[in-house]
Write a protein that binds this ligand. Structure first.
Ligand SMILES: Nc1c(/N=C/[C@@H](O)[C@H](O)[C@H](O)COP(=O)(O)O)[nH]c(=O)[nH]c1=O
Ligand SMILES: [Zn+2]
Length: 363
């Protein structure tokens, strides 16, 4: 067994809480004494104990002289819980292996320094690439203040998301749609355009066999055309935030608030200023957004170059039709040189469909 073995265990522990910890990162910890794992832990929810605390509590006095593997630098500032660096020192840990330094300014390097000042041997960078990839949304949010944006698109081989008569359910299989719900579970918010809300009356909730978190529903609706009888306003499954423009009628805003929605009014059209909408969500500590549709909204994210990840579910059918809805509308990129470079991360068969995941290279 070597450092990477234990760090992989810690990364898997971190991933077990995926979809639960935002706006906090996913963190896992493993305590090893004389080649035996004596404590494990994961950060399970925002505001609750950090991974190191769980692992050190489980290790008890076996932590003395042990090594702790942590997927993110132990915190050194008093957040909602006391600093883990202090806890690691108190527990008598002799060596600490960290996958990646915390990007958060309050922590960056301070935790590691505190441990070294206390005489603990610290190594940084074990499986760093994997640790960054697992926490890509958190790292992106800390670096930019914007949520990490994933577009999910379900289409035919010729890129249509509905027939020219507007029929779209369903193009992809149950297996692909269930996978799409896992995407909902792992994102804090789900964005949809008003055309999709009017056309599909979607609930945008996470419906997985084992359950899951339903993201905050964010509707880009410049003129507040969201129907008062929209399903999502009456299912009590997750908040509904509606982003309006300056001309949106005040009385409709009042009735939507009555119906339980939270209204954000921008002083410019949200549909053509999505960066402003994302800055607003960032201020609300939203670290990840899944853009579910439709083609108009997706096209705006593409045109503003805000897409960090693109997940396509492609069904084995060809729909055709000049008027059939494409995967994205809007202005788009004038030249290939303007098109942001992405990398395919994964292609998977889901029943009869193929899922393709691509990510933009982080600057
Ligand atoms: N048409 C399709 C999809 N369509 C996605 C959106 O257009 C739908 O409005 C949304 O999934 C409805 O959300 P719900 O009410 O929570 O079920 N998405 C898919 O994966 N496959 C499809 O074939
Ligand atoms: Zn901590």
């Amino acid at each position: 067994m070597n450092d990477e073995t234990y760090m992989r265990q810690a990364l898997d522990l971190a991933a077990s809480a995926e979809g639960q910890t935002a706006p906090n990162p996913l963190v896992g910890a493993v305590v090893v004494k004389d080649g035996a794992v004596v404590g494990v832990g994961a950060h399970l929810a925002h505001g609750e104990a950090h991974a190191e605390v769980h692992a050190l509590n489980m290790a008890g006095d076996k932590a003395a002289g042990a090594t702790i593997y942590v997927t993110l630098e132990p915190c050194s500032h008093h957040g909602k819980t006391p600093p883990c660096a202090d806890k690691v020192i108190e527990a008598g840990i002799s060596r600490c292996v960290v996958a990646v330094q915390d990007p958060f300014s309050q922590v960056a390097g301070n935790g590691i320094q505190k441990l070294r000042d206390a005489g603990i041997e610290v190594t940084v960078g074990c499986l760093e690439g994997e640790a960054r990839e697992r926490n890509r949304a958190f790292f992106h949010y800390v670096r930019t203040g914007l949520p990490y944006i994933t577009v999910k698109s379900a289409a035919s081989l010729d890129g249509k998301t509905s027939t020219h008569t507007g029929e779209s359910q369903w193009i992809t299989s149950e297996a692909a749609r269930t996978d799409g719900h896992r995407l909902r579970h792992t994102h804090q918010a789900i964005a949809a355009g008003i055309d999709t809300v009017i056309h599909d009356d979607p609930s945008l909730t996470t419906r997985l066999p084992a359950g899951g978190n339903s993201p905050i529903r964010v509707i880009v609706d410049t003129m507040l055309r969201t129907p008062l009888e929209a399903k999502m306003l009456h299912d009590d499954q997750a908040p509904v935030w509606i982003i309006a423009g300056p001309e949106a009628p005040q009385d409709k805003a009042a009735s939507l608030q009555e119906a339980g929605a939270r209204i954000f009014r921008l002083n410019e059209s949200p549909a053509s200023n999505l960066r402003k909408v994302m800055e607003l969500l960032g201020e609300e500590k939203i670290t990840s957004v899944l853009v579910e549709g439709g083609a108009t909204l997706i096209g705006s994210f593409v045109t503003e170059q805000l897409v960090n990840e693109w997940v396509s579910y492609i069904a084995p059918m060809v729909i055709g039709g000049r008027e059939a809805t494409p995967q994205s509308k809007g202005k788009g990129m004038p030249a290939l040189a303007d098109v942001p470079a992405m990398e395919i991360q994964e292609t998977t068969m889901l029943g009869p469909d193929v899922k393709i995941t691509a990510r933009k290279r982080e600057e």
